[in-house]
Write a protein that binds this ligand. Structure first.
Ligand code: F6P
Length: 322
């Protein structure tokens, strides 16, 4: 029934490996021959494309990262390299592609489809959870759990020493990771790029709470906010009168064994995406909304800004300064 390939593009997420494993299994079950493209779009250009069997993907379901590598490819933005990529796919008679990545990768694929006619389906995969049109992106659940574990551990030491801890999460321009983590860890302060803030609004309340016996503060700050973690920590010391420390969680948020949810969603996305390609979908993104998978066009996904659900903002209430 033809040849199909998978590649990962952009930041890796925990959940890519289960997706790659099931891609191979599901493709074979559907009569397709699966191929793995190593190192994202770079691998398409450099012909790092190999056919895969069950053995190639055994033992990876529990591993973070991606066995086939990922990349942020500048070359794929140029038409001349996209032409080479198409020639390489032709060598393997591959006419369908599953792309795990973010909106930038999908925009690249859309161009590739329009110019070169390779059908593709995109599976939203980013810990930032910042893709419009889908409530959930592969990998965000594992990242949230990694952050939760870190915050739980920090709470232990913060309470022992009477300190304010400023914890910086990833997320680029999207505050989803910070917001959900702040809510589910009971943080006192949460700063995200989507909400403008004035630290002066917290001062009287925080000082009063200290007088009443509060021992520590947890502040969860998204990396995209206008002030640095250092500035927020200095504010705690100068204006609230409590010693402070900073933890920048960094790339540990991108690793770790995928959670059950991310594994299951990887399987569901893959099956849905391949079924769509087999039915003749050519350039759609697999999305997940209100518990259901659905296809959306690139225009509805990659050209719009993701907005955090207002209900979630409401839950965050006081730590967002409301
Ligand atoms: O998009 C995922 C992400 O982890 C962001 O949260 C972060 O800002 C960025 O990638 C880090 O990129 P890199 O791994 O290239 O340093």
């Amino acid at each position: 029934m033809g040849n199909i390939a998978i590649l990962c593009s952009g930041g890796d997420v925990s959940g890519m490996n289960p997706a790659i494993k099931y891609f191979v299994e599901y493709s074979i079950a559907k009569g397709l021959t699966p191929y793995l493209v190593y190192d994202g779009f770079e691998g398409l250009i450099d012909n790092k494309i190999v056919s895969a069997s069950y053995q190639d993907v055994s033992g990876i379901i529990n591993r973070g990262g991606t066995k086939i590598g990922s990349a942020r490819s500048k070359r794929f933005m140029e038409a001349s390299y996209r032409k080479i990529a198409k020639e390489n796919l032709d060598k393997h008679r591959i006419d369908k592609l599953v792309v795990l990545g973010g909106d930038g990768s999908f925009r690249g694929m859309e161009k590739f489809y329009e110019e070169q006619g390779i059908a593709f389906t995109g599976i939203p995969s980013t810990i930032d959870n910042d893709i419009a049109g889908t409530d959930y992106c592969l990998g965000v659940d594992t990242a949230l759990n990694i952050i939760r574990e870190a915050l739980d551990a920090i709470r232990d030491t913060a309470s022992s020493f009477k300190r304010a801890f400023v914890v910086e999460t990833m997320g680029r321009d999207c505050g989803y990771l910070a917001l959900v983590s702040a809510v589910t860890s009971g943080a006192e302060l949460c700063l995200i790029p989507e909400v403008s803030y004035d630290l002066r609004k917290y001062e009287a309340r925080f000082r009063q709470e200290l007088l009443e016996g509060r021992r520590y503060f947890l502040a969860v700050i998204s990396e995209g906010v206008r002030q640095s973690s250092q500035e927020i920590a200095a504010w705690f010391e100068e204006k609230i009168g409590i010693e402070s420390r900073i933890t920048i969680l960094g790339h540990i948020q991108r690793g770790g064994n995928p959670t059950s949810r991310d594994r299951l969603m990887a399987y569901r996305f893959i099956a849905f995406g391949i079924d769509g390609l087999l039915r003749g979908e050519k350039d759609k993104i697999c999305c997940y909304n209100s518990g259901k998978l659905n296809y959306k066009s690139i225009a509805d996904v990659a050209n719009k800004k993701y907005e955090i659900e207002p209900a979630l903002m409401e839950l965050a209430g006081p730590c967002l300064g409301n």
